[in-house]
Design a protein around this ligand. Structure first.
Ligand SMILES: *Cc1c(COP(=O)(O)O)cnc(C)c1O
Length: 385
């Protein structure tokens, strides 16, 4: 039996066209892009083609794209690079619902003497631009608010928040790992100075991503060594990964509009079905200002982990909270921030749809889940119908 994969927010398979574009760069076209003979020039131009494909998908210029080993590195670099590069301030503003790559970078910077404000969010997960404005001081260097949340799918009012930062002369970074290639992004329209992406969330390979660095933005390099990436990020380039990322970005650009429409329909069908057939269930995140592929619900009196294991036995891959916190018994920091109590946070189920999700798979989930919910609730001492 084919498994039903509903965890595209954790990672996605690399699509065949992308693998094919990458393959020659493992074997025949293996030259080091820094070499001056033709082998090197061949890979160098492949990198530049990929850079153009990635830049185009966010309205950036090619000089503003620097390849990294993924979203985590891009997030670390944006925050640490910005604060190390200037002498005047020591303050960062972010939100309580950021990805761990941002939150843990902030914690490290706090240990090194920098100050961080972690803004709260409302019940849908929205950051209030007015809160950002109130938190800015003469010491503030950078504001970092994610474009869309990886757990509950909420899309933040990025343009409003960046406008507040701009007005105060403060840099604005956004983690766009969940949105790049999925919903339209224009770094100029949205007023973004720094933006993180990762290829494996848009059907590209793992271990490659980029940081968009607006022209003129001062950023300290984190990796020192050779002159690669215009001396901003040392290390021999991950050529096959970069080529694959470029191909994935190109395909995403062609298919985004159609795919958004298809996934939104499937998402809404799944949410409607879940809410109708289950009692004591709540949708997490906003009903419509959310990622087209994200469903997240809290089902009371059930452990999310047991639900995921039971779904796994039924051939369905789902997640509770984020993959990073699975395995630990800490409730999701995102769900606690939107006001869910510990019981509701523990009973959370995230189903994220993607390119290969079909309507019949959604129906299978809707047919499978009620049995699992009643079975688990029958064992719960707290549940009364
Ligand atoms: C997946 C993810 C990351 C981490 O990206 P990697 O390439 O896996 O390091 C960062 N932020 C968000 C919002 C993500 O979903």
């Amino acid at each position: 039996m084919d498994r039903i994969y509903l965890d595209y927010a954790a990672t996605s398979p690399t699509r065949q066209e992308v693998v094919e574009a990458m393959l020659p760069y493992f074997t025949n076209r293996f030259g080091n892009p820094s070499s001056i003979y033709s082998y090197g020039q061949e890979t160098k131009s492949a990198i530049e083609m990929a850079r153009a494909q990635v830049a185009k998908l966010m309205g950036a210029t090619t000089e503003e794209i620097v390849f990294t080993c993924g979203g985590t590195e891009a997030d670390n670099w944006a925050l640490k690079g910005a604060i190390y590069a200037q002498k005047k301030g020591n303050h960062i503003i972010t939100s309580q619902i950021e990805h761990h790559a941002v939150l843990e970078s902030c914690k490290t910077l706090e240990r090194h003497g920098f100050n961080v404000t972690y803004l709260p969010v409302d019940k849908f997960g929205f950051v209030d631009p007015a809160d950002v404005k109130k938190s800015i001081t003469s010491q503030t260097v950078i504001v970092s608010i994610m474009h869309a949340n990886n757990e509950i799918g909420t899309i933040e009012p990025i343009a409003e928040i960046s406008a507040v930062a701009r007005e105060a002369g403060v840099l604005f970074h956004t983690d766009a790992v969940q949105t790049f290639g999925h919903i339209p992004i224009d770094v100029n329209v949205l007023g973004i100075d720094l933006l993180s992406t990762s290829a494996h969330k848009l059907y590209g390979p793992k271990g490659i991503g980029c940081l968009f660095i607006r022209k003129g933005t001062k950023l300290e390099a984190l990796l020192n060594g050779g002159d690669q990436e215009r001396k901003r990020r040392a290390g021999t380039e991950h050529v096959p990964g970069i080529v694959g990322f470029g191909k994935a970005a190109e395909l995403a650009q062609q298919e985004m509009a159609r795919e958004t429409e298809r996934l939104t329909d499937l998402r809404d069908k799944l949410v409607k079905g879940l809410l109708e057939q289950t009692d004591h269930i709540q949708l997490n995140g906003h009903p419509s200002t959310r990622l087209p592929n994200n469903v997240n619900v809290s089902i009371s009196f059930i452990e999310g982990e047991s639900m995921c294991l039971n779904l796994d036995f039924a051939g369905i891959c789902a997640s509770t909270g984020s993959a990073c916190s699975s395995g630990s018994l800490e409730p999701s920091h995102v769900l606690l921030s939107i006001g869910r109590d510990h019981v509701q946070a523990h009973g959370s189920l995230r189903l994220t749809l993607g390119k290969w999700t079909t309507e019949s798979e959604i129906e299978t989930v809707l047919n499978t889940l009620p049995g699992i919910v009643s079975k688990l609730r029958a064992m719960s001492p707290l549940y009364k119908k």
